[in-house]
Design a protein around this ligand. Structure first.
Ligand SMILES: Nc1ncnc2c1ncn2[C@@H]1O[C@H](COP(=O)(O)OP(=O)(O)OP(=O)(O)O)[C@@H](O)[C@H]1O
Length: 385
């Protein structure tokens, strides 16, 4: 089987399939690596593996993308470029070589000086810590200079490598996958959903950046595209709402969830909840609260309540969800189809899609009075439910 690219919507069973495949390989004596970007998704993969396999296993390894670059690609072969051990990673959201707030480069930060690789491009001045945003570029360089030795080593250790959330990878990340696929033409599986693109792993303009470029890249390196067509997490009502978020995608999501557990059957579907009734709603149904940011909803949410932001909820699922969305999202759901038009990226729209698709059986939006009549969802009140 060639290397695979699974592109499938929220709740379609991507994580489930990764774990099931991993278990099948482990049961025949193999070893599996799953690489993913976010910490929450790493934890989710580990805990769901234990649930499905019944115990943890040394043959199921989950790593963050940056740790993977450092530990599995750069460090074992770094001597081809840098003699001193690269001990850690320095996190950089923006290009560390630019004068902050400008596009002007600091002196002596270019990748090569007189054709020699410049350590200050990849490493902090002490030369023992790699800039996070340039780690993929460094991994691609080390792979090339070591004649793809990192890929050969990984091929000996693992029967299969999964890259989860590939929609968030950009530029050099793809070059690393390409170098691996040269040695592993049939044991890499990349998994993702472009409607859930909410991060990019690094700054810069290196392609592929867009959905189209990424799909073309995978096709050029001979990954076979597969899909999973049904949603196995959310009831149909929630799938229908999620389909409205990306109107350019004419795909109609069908739910596989036909039965609602008895204990949850008294309240299912999509609702609006007045800000003034949020506490009562929380007491009644104990939903997981997802909010746009750590300050959204502060005025009406109980202090100390455990909440996820839309971004950190990625990869997770909950029986009941209460969403505290920004006004722009509520306007969109109320029928303002231009609400996202001024956005430079799809991030905000995609975050709304992620939040909605976390809910299995009930999804509620906290709404202030002025928007109440506009949202096309029944208004919750304790008496009528
Ligand atoms: N083949 C399957 N058999 C039984 N249950 C499944 C199957 N596939 C998925 N599920 C269940 O459906 C739910 C959604 O699956 P999963 O979390 O794997 O989807 P996902 O595609 O990774 O979602 P997302 O991208 O939204 O994080 C989970 O509760 C999972 O246990």
């Amino acid at each position: 089987m060639p290397n695979e690219l699974w592109i499938a919507g929220a709740g379609s069973g991507k994580t489930h399939k990764i774990i099931q495949n991993a278990i099948d390989i482990i049961n025949t004596g193999g070893r599996v690596l799953v690489v993913t970007y976010t910490v929450n998704n790493q934890a989710e993969l580990r805990s769901r593996f234990i649930k499905m396999y019944g115990k943890s296993s040394d043959n199921f390894i989950v790593k963050g993308l940056l740790s993977f670059y450092l530990e599995d690609i750069v460090r074992p072969y770094q001597s081809v470029i840098f003699p001193e051990r690269i001990a850690g990673i320095t996190f950089t959201e923006n290009n560390p070589h630019l004068i902050p707030g400008t596009t002007t480069w600091l002196p002596n930060r270019q990748e090569r000086i007189d054709r020699t690789i410049n350590p200050l491009h990849y490493l902090t001045p002490c030369k023992t810590s790699a800039y996070s945003g340039l780690l993929a570029k460094l991994a691609a360089l080390v792979s090339k200079m070591a004649n793809n030795a990192p890929a050969k080593r990984l091929n000996e250790i693992y029967q299969r490598i999964f890259f989860d959330e590939v929609q968030d990878l950009v530029g050099w990340d793809y070059d690393v996958i390409k170098s691996l696929s040269n040695v592993m033409p049939d044991s890499i599986c990349c998994v993702g959903d472009f409607r859930q693109t909410i991060y990019t792993t690094t700054f810069g303009q290196k392609k592929p950046l867009t959905r189209k470029e990424k799909i073309q890249y995978f096709s050029a390196i001979k990954f076979q595209q597969c899909t999973l067509s049904r949603n196995r997490r959310c009831i149909q009502r929630i799938c229908d709402l999620s389909d409205l978020i990306h109107p350019d995608s004419d795909h109609k999501t069908e739910s596989e969830v036909k039965k609602i557990p008895e204990a949850l059957a008294d309240h299912h579907g999509v609702f609006a909840v007045r800000h003034s009734q949020v506490r009562e709603y929380l007491d009644t149904y104990n939903p997981q609260v997802l909010r746009w940011s750590s300050t959204t909803g502060k005025k009406f949410l109980p202090e100390g309540l455990t909440c996820y932001s839309f971004g950190t909820s990625k990869g997770l699922g909950f029986d009941r969800v209460l969403v505290i969305a920004p006004e722009k999202h509520l306007n969109f759901l109320s029928g303002d189809h231009k609400a996202f038009d001024k956005d430079k990226t799809e991030e905000s729209r995609n975050k709304l899609y992620v939040a909605i698709t976390r809910a299995r059986y009930s999804l509620a939006f906290a709404v202030e009075e002025k928007l109440l009549g506009k949202l096309p969802f029944p208004l919750w009140n304790r008496a009528g439910q």
